[in-house]
Design a binder for this molecule. Structure first.
Ligand SMILES: [Zn+2]
Ligand SMILES: [Zn+2]
Length: 135
């Protein structure tokens, strides 16, 4: 039997489950993903459009669709966390990797739109690690 993965937004208003059956895992470095996440890249896992059970809070989701690019995002209206959504062409459910509480079997397969990579990503990866705030 397939493993079931649980996911939720930060404030807990939205909870869902998905079957651990994904076909792609991309880290997108485009400028739009940097703006939407406030970070260097978006980590998205693709699956079939019907692979989701909304447990609670589906009506707390809202959607932004970019006017010109084939680009959208769903998020919690309370905390702004990225939550799963079906793409414009309705071929895939896009699951933001950070919304999952359980580890999927699939690993990141590709970094995409790397020509737009944040100029601070590489220096950031070389910076020292701290388990909490630096002392
Ligand atoms: Zn939330
Ligand atoms: Zn992107």
């Amino acid at each position: 039997m397939e493993k079931i993965l649980m996911g939720e937004c930060l404030c807990g208003s939205i909870k869902f489950s998905v079957k651990d059956s994904f076909r792609a895992f991309y880290q997108c470095h485009c400028k739009q993903c940097q703006q939407l996440t406030g970070s260097a890249f978006a980590s998205n896992i693709l699956t079939d459009p019907d692979n989701i059970e909304w447990i609670t809070g589906q009506r707390k989701t809202t959607n932004y669709v970019h006017p010109s690019r084939d680009f959208s995002k769903s998020f919690c209206t309370t905390c702004g966390s990225a939550v799963p959504f079906i793409n414009k062409s309705k071929t895939s459910l896009i699951v933001p990797a950070g919304s999952l509480n359980t580890l999927p079997d699939i690993q990141p397969q590709a970094n995409i739109f790397t020509s737009e990579k944040a100029c601070w990503l590489k220096p950031g990866l070389r910076a020292p690690d701290f388990t909490g705030f630096p002392e």
